[in-house]
Design a protein around this ligand. Structure first.
Ligand code: MG
Length: 209
């Protein structure tokens, strides 16, 4: 029987599905946002350089306060920054993320599952395609009114799958049997999670590889 070779190669039913979030899990999104803020608000009165290590609020209230005091719609401005070309130009992997994902694809069906806004979805996919071409499947959830955790609707994740995300809400909303909170640093939304926690990609490597 002649099989579809591409399909057989890419979807291996013997492998477990491993869903991985993108922002603040694979890449240091906070660092890129803070860099743009430091470039664009440095001439404003009372400007203090944003330190991404101190980021703890999803709307960047504590590290990028001028957005909240000077913009009419600060949340829209933050969302727009996530779609800005500078954001994708500045985006960096967390240490070891690229290398570990490169090995994970050999053992798992790796699927990047990420929330997006209409204006950043295509740039996000292009970034992933450029920097992680070995990842074959991407689930983009467009949630126009959401604020970055729109994965509640991904209850479709199979029971027998693994899910890594930096937001407890996303983890709790799915059926994945193995879940890990990616907690690179403390934030005001990741402190009360009572499941398994990883804080680096080296740790992911030691658990899953
Ligand atoms: Mg995230």
């Amino acid at each position: 029987m002649k099989s579809d070779e591409n399909y057989v190669k890419k979807v291996d039913f013997m492998k477990k599905d491993l869903y991985i979030d993108f922002d603040s899990t694979i890449v240091n999104s906070d660092k890129a946002i803070c860099r743009i803020y430091n470039e664009r608000y440095s001439t404003y009165e009372n400007f203090v350089p944003a330190d991404w290590r101190k980021h703890s609020n999803w709307a960047y209230k504590n590290v990028c306060p001028l957005i909240h005091t000077h913009e009419n719609d600060p949340v829209k401005v933050i969302k727009d920054l996530f779609g800005d070309q500078d954001f994708f130009d500045y985006l960096e992997f967390y240490d070891d993320a690229k290398n570990v994902i490169g090995h994970l694809v050999e053992k798992y069906n790796v699927i990047i599952c990420t929330s997006a806004f209409p204006m950043n979805a295509s740039r996000k996919v292009l970034w992933i395609e450029k920097h992680l071409p070995e990842v074959d499947e991407i689930i983009i959830l467009i949630n126009k009114s959401g604020n970055g955790y729109g994965k509640e609707r991904v209850a479709m994740m199979e029971d027998d799958s693994i899910f890594i995300d930096d937001h407890p809400k996303n983890l709790k909303s799915t059926n994945a049997s193995q879940k890990y909170l990616f907690k690179f640093k403390e934030t005001d939304y990741n402190q009360d999670y009572d499941g398994d926690v990883v804080s680096s990609w080296k740790e992911v490597e030691s658990i899953l590889l």
